[in-house]
Every structure is written in structure tokens, then in C-alpha cells.
Ligand binder design. Sequence first.
Ligand code: HXC
Ligand code: NAP
Length: 286
Amino acid sequence: MLKEGSLEGKVILITGGGTGLGKAMGKYFLELGAKLIITSRKLKVLQKTTEEIFNVTKNEVFPFACDVSDFKQVEGLLKASIEKFGKVDVLVNNAAGNFISPTERLSNKAFDTIINIVLKGTYNCTLAFGKYWIENKQKATVLNIVTTYAWTGSAFVVPSAAAKAGVLAITRSLSVEWAKYGIRFNAIAPGLFPTKGAWERLLPGDLQNKFDLKKKIPLQRVGEHQELANLAAYLISDYSSFVNGEVVTIDGGEWLNGAGQFNILQTIPNEKWDEIEKIVRNVKGS
Ligand code: HXC
Ligand code: NAP
């Protein structure tokens, strides 16, 4: 979407960058000229991804294992990133954990686990890198990946919904507080983008056949990874330098479809509207 070299000179760190949407964003950022650091808990996965995307783009990728829920490891990630590239310009908080479950079946540890990856992981990275940028008077951009249920909430994924709502609050709060340091914060709220990580945990077994999720989406299809990567590239690039504190939804209209009171009327065929109009026009009195 952006022209060649749009991200040249930028060093970008993506948490959860070895798989799914993190991998898709990383590959596109490399194609646009950036250098990349990808991190998650599994070094082997990161190394395999590094090999794969380096072969396509020939730009430098640094895989580094880090559990973002552990602040000590995040400090190690910051140190290693600076040693490797001398700076980090962009942080993409993309790492997440999630699974469907009735909330009453969750142990307190299960709840902690999701909050620790999503919310704590995001503030650990934001705090470590933010302090570094402020101390070194370096401008930077943070892109947080949330979900559309960060503002609506959602049954059966309550720890994730609570954590993503917290990430959204961090995005909006720091976009104001740290603007004076030249640090921008934005977020993307993706709808349905098939990835192995999400689909196996959110639509396990035959649930995929049971619920046709495309039917919930006005555009009648799920998202393509490149579509999300396009938006992410714009939001971390200098083309969006006046966009700050924004959360951009990319879901084919899904969440609004669920929200609008009369959206259900879409199922009424066009020919039926003549009859309905006649009835409504004939209504008299209060
Ligand atoms: C109930 C469960 C459970 C389940 C785990 N637990 N799975 N409880 N139902 N299905 C409980 C465990 O019993 C344990 O509690 C606690 O949670 C921690 O589990 P571990 O397996 O020890 O944790 P860990 O190895 O850290 O794995 C974390 C994980 C795992 C989140 C459970 O799924 C993971 O690694 N996920 C990373 C990738 C991921 O989730 N990607 C999807 C992102 S999708 P006890 O008390 O028993 O010890 C996403 C999309 C949102 O965010 C929107 C889509 C539209
Ligand atoms: P994914 O492939 O499972 O990505 C999650 C990544 O997070 C994995 O690479 C995982 O790697 C990493 N991770 C988990 N725990 C971590 C930890 N403690 N420390 C560091 N890394 C950790 O799923 P995805 O679908 O691409 O999701 C990417 C982002 O998009 C997430 O923020 C998700 O909430 C959001 N999202 C996705 C969808 C969708 O439809 N796919 C919709 C809305 C929002 P390791 O296991 O190696 O640590």
C-alpha cells in the first residue's frame, strides 16, 4: 500500500512476531525497508520465521526470546535490541493469549495468565521502552493490537476482554501524557482474521463448522492478513504523524452489525418493503 522504502531507517519491534498477524505485519514492514526485532516465548518459532521472512525481503531480522509478562526479561529485550540496532523507533504490542471458556470454569491462575500476557505484557514493554525513549530524548511510535470487544466486552473471553480494555485505556492515556516527548500511541482493533493461534483456541473442534462467522460480517468475508498489515504500516509510518490516540477498527463492519438496533431488518427482502411502507404510511394518530 505504501510506496517502497516508506519505513527505511526504522527499527521496529513486534511482540508475538513469530506467528499469525505479528508475522504478517513484520514481513510487510521489512518489505517497506525497516529492520525488525521479533520476540515471543518460543525461540525456535522465531528463528524459523526469521529465516522465512529474511529470505523474501533480505532485510535484517533479529529474533529474541522474551516472555513479555516478566519485566526482567523485557529489560533484557530492550538491552539486546539497543545493542543490536542502536535504537528502536516503533513498538508493536501484539503478543496475546486467549481461549474460550465459561468464566465460572476459570481458575484464578487462568485469569492471571491472560491478563499477564495481554495487559501486563503491554505495559511492561511500554514502560521499559518508554522510559528509555524519554531518557534518550528519542521520538517513537507505539501501536497496540486490541479487539473490537475491548469496548463492548464479550461473553466467554472475559479475561481477554478485560485485558484488551486496559490496553485501550493505556493507548488513549499515554497518547496525551507522552505526546510532549514525541511518542505517539495508536491501536488497531481487528475483527476476524483467521490465524492458527486464534482459531484453534476460539473455534476449537467442530465449532468452525457450527458457526459461520462470515454471516456476522456485513462484507460477508473474514479479513486478509495483508489488509491488517497495510493499516499497521500506515499507523507506524511518518505518513500518520498527526494521528495520535486513535483506535482504528478493521472488521468489515462486524461490531456495528451486532450493535445497531434495527440491523436485523437486513434479512427483509426488497420486495417486502413495498408492503411494509404501505402499513407504516397508514398508521394514524399517536
Ligand atoms: C480453562 C485453561 C484453559 C482452558 C489453560 N487454562 N487453558 N482453563 N480452559 N481452555 C488454565 C490452565 O489450567 C492454568 O490454570 C492456566 O490457564 C495457565 O495455563 P498454562 O497452559 O499453564 O499457560 P501457558 O503455558 O502460559 O499458556 C497460555 C495460554 C495458551 C494462553 C493458555 O493458550 C497460549 O500460550 N496462548 C498463546 C497464543 C494465543 O492464545 N493466541 C490467541 C490470541 S487470539 P491452572 O489453575 O489449572 O494452573 C486473540 C484474538 C481475540 O487474542 C479476538 C478474536 C476475534
Ligand atoms: P497468535 O498467532 O497466537 O499470536 C500471539 C502471539 O503472542 C504468539 O506469537 C505467541 O508466541 C505470543 N505470546 C503469547 N504469550 C506471550 C508472552 N508471554 N510473551 C511473549 N509473547 C507471547 O494469534 P494472532 O491471531 O496472530 O493474534 C495477534 C494479535 O491480534 C493479538 O493481540 C490478538 O489479540 C489480536 N487479534 C487477533 C484477531 C484474529 O482474528 N486473529 C482478532 C482480534 C485481535 P509464543 O507462544 O511463542 O510466546
